[in-house]
Write a protein that binds this ligand. Structure first.
Ligand SMILES: C[S@@+](CC[C@H](N)C(=O)[O-])C[C@H]1O[C@@H](n2cnc3c(N)ncnc32)[C@H](O)[C@@H]1O
Length: 295
């Protein structure tokens, strides 16, 4: 047996011995608790009282395999199979990007800016796991929320997350770079997107846990045309939004000037950048000209 003692203390020692170079003490503590409570279907209280617990052979093999996966830089969320996003638990695996905290801030900006009881039509474009769509649907209960995405794998994950959260989303397979967008003109109140935006040249600066495990198509754009998604989506969104409707984007912190220019070029007004909690410009929004001002 690879544990000195078959109990929680023994497991703690094992996790710390193997993972201390890669993770902080508090990260190791949180991960161990998450794996144990999920594997043994325990509540947090059961976990606190579980000092005398003895693990079965198959539990021990499971803990050894998750430690090996962590050692190989696989992200915790993919191994655990779950992640938290805007108060929701979502299924999370290699079919889609791991939802990020700054994306929760984007959702929160929309929540704080919109009428929560209105029957809004909201589109999350390049939806991935569907985190933005689910976060919004959990608050805007009367809204129709659509998740548009090209990847079949991601669309399958969104379907599983619908069951997991009991939130109803309209799933649509589409290509954001085509000119065929699957709704009528002037039918959306809010369009939000966190599209791929990392120039390929930045690969060398990125960590193995992202490069080796997260889907390539969720991350990278061609260095020659890093705004390809923002250009295509802004161009189409202007017609799809109702007058006065809003387009929201998550953006690369280095591209705020270009993003303001992009929204201006496509006729958006009341353009506003927002910083995330780390002080980086990571979000932008623009409004389709309200009717009284439009020619
Ligand atoms: C940065 S990820 C964002 C995922 C999710 N919205 C989030 O915030 O975690 C971008 C997503 O765009 C999708 N995607 C890539 N190319 C696309 C295209 N041409 N049309 C639609 N979606 C696309 C990827 O599959 C990926 O799920």
């Amino acid at each position: 047996m690879f544990l000195q003692q078959n109990n929680l203390d023994g497991l703690r020692v094992y996790f710390n011995q193997i993972l201390a170079d890669q993770f902080s003490q508090s990260e190791i503590k949180l991960m161990l608790k998450a794996f144990v409570t999920k594997r043994l279907k325990m509540s947090d209280t059961d976990f606190m009282l579980a000092n005398d617990l003895r693990f079965s052979e198959s539990d021990l093999l499971y803990f050894r395999s998750v430690v090996k996966r962590l050692q190989s830089n696989e992200p915790f969320q993919y191994i655990h199979g779950r992640t938290e996003f805007y108060g929701l638990e979502l299924i999370c695996d290699r079919r889609a990007l791991i939802p990020r905290p700054e994306t929760e801030e984007l959702v929160d900006w929309i929540v704080q800016s919109s009428d929560k009881s209105a029957a809004l039509n909201i589109v999350d474009l390049c939806a991935g796991s569907g985190c933005i769509a689910f976060g919004l649907k959990s608050i805007f209960r009367n809204a129709t929320v659509e998740a548009w995405e090209l990847s079949e794998d991601a669309l399958e994950l969104i379907k599983e997350n619908e069951r997991h959260t009991s939130l109803e989303i309209v799933r649509v397979k589409m290509d954001a770079l085509s000119e065929i967008y699957p709704v009528e003109d002037e039918s959306c109140d809010i369009i939000v997107s966190n599209p791929p935006y990392i120039p390929s040249a930045e690969r060398s600066r990125m960590h193995a846990n992202v490069l080796d495990f997260e889907p390539e198509m969720a991350l990278f754009v061609n260095d020659a045309d890093p705004f390809v998604f923002y250009q295509a989506i802004s161009k189409e969104a202007r017609g799809l939004l109702v007058k006065g409707g809003w387009l929201y984007f998550e953006i690369h912190e280095d591209f705020e000037t270009e993003m303001i220019a992009c929204l201006k070029q496509h006729g958006f007004v009341n353009i506003e950048l927002r910083k995330d909690l780390q002080g980086r410009s990571r979000m932008i929004r623009g409004q389709r000209v309200p009717s009284r001002h439009e020619q």
